[in-house]
Design a protein. Structure first.
Length: 186
């Protein structure tokens, strides 16, 4: 079994700009630059043969290269207990189309449909016992985050390995984004 997800890695120059904001929040486990990504579809723990099928389906995806921008910050959590802070992305139809196609590829490979609503973001930190007021203040202090546009010409299939210091990600396969003959199909 291997834990997999499809994602777009954040370019180093954009990650460097984000790194300047990764401070001032007690209890935050800030993600290193090489771990910053936009998850397109989380697949979970899957068997090797299903992973091979998934790889084949992801390789069939066509989608145009795109420009993306980080925009704004927020937190995830329930009942006033935030567990992560993130940077959002400016609305992008090509990004939504790519995420939809990754979900369709997963279903063709025999994986169940994703139950959660997809929300494009880059996780900046996971939080341990945060003070909600401090999280709110950090969000207010960084809510105008806006990166320069950055070009994306590939996405990847990543494995996730859990350890004491958190998750470590490894790129298993990269898929180029090439022209999209039918941008209207999901």
């Amino acid at each position: 079994m291997i834990r997999l997800f499809a994602a777009i890695a954040i370019p180093p120059e954009i990650a460097a700009g984000v790194a300047r904001r990764q401070q001032g929040l007690p209890g935050a486990r800030w993600r290193p630059a090489e771990a910053l990504h936009v998850t397109l579809r989380f697949f979970g723990e899957i068997a090797g043969t299903t992973a091979d099928d998934l790889d084949a389906e992801l390789a069939r995806i066509t989608c145009e290269p795109m420009l993306l921008e980080l925009q704004g910050v927020g937190s995830f959590g329930e009942g006033g207990e935030p567990h992560a802070v993130w940077a959002g992305l400016a609305d992008s139809q090509p990004l939504r189309r790519l995420a939809t196609r990754c979900d369709s590829a997963a279903r063709r490979a025999g994986l169940p449909a994703e139950r959660r609503t997809w929300r494009p973001h880059v996780t900046l930190a996971y939080l341990r016992r945060p003070q909600p007021r401090r999280v709110a203040a950090w969000i207010q202090g960084h809510n105008l985050l806006k990166s320069p546009p950055f070009r994306i010409d590939r996405f990847g299939l990543f494995s996730s390995w859990l350890g004491q210091a958190g998750a470590h990600y490894r790129l298993e396969r990269a898929y180029p984004l090439v022209g999209d003959a039918d941008a209207s199909r999901p």
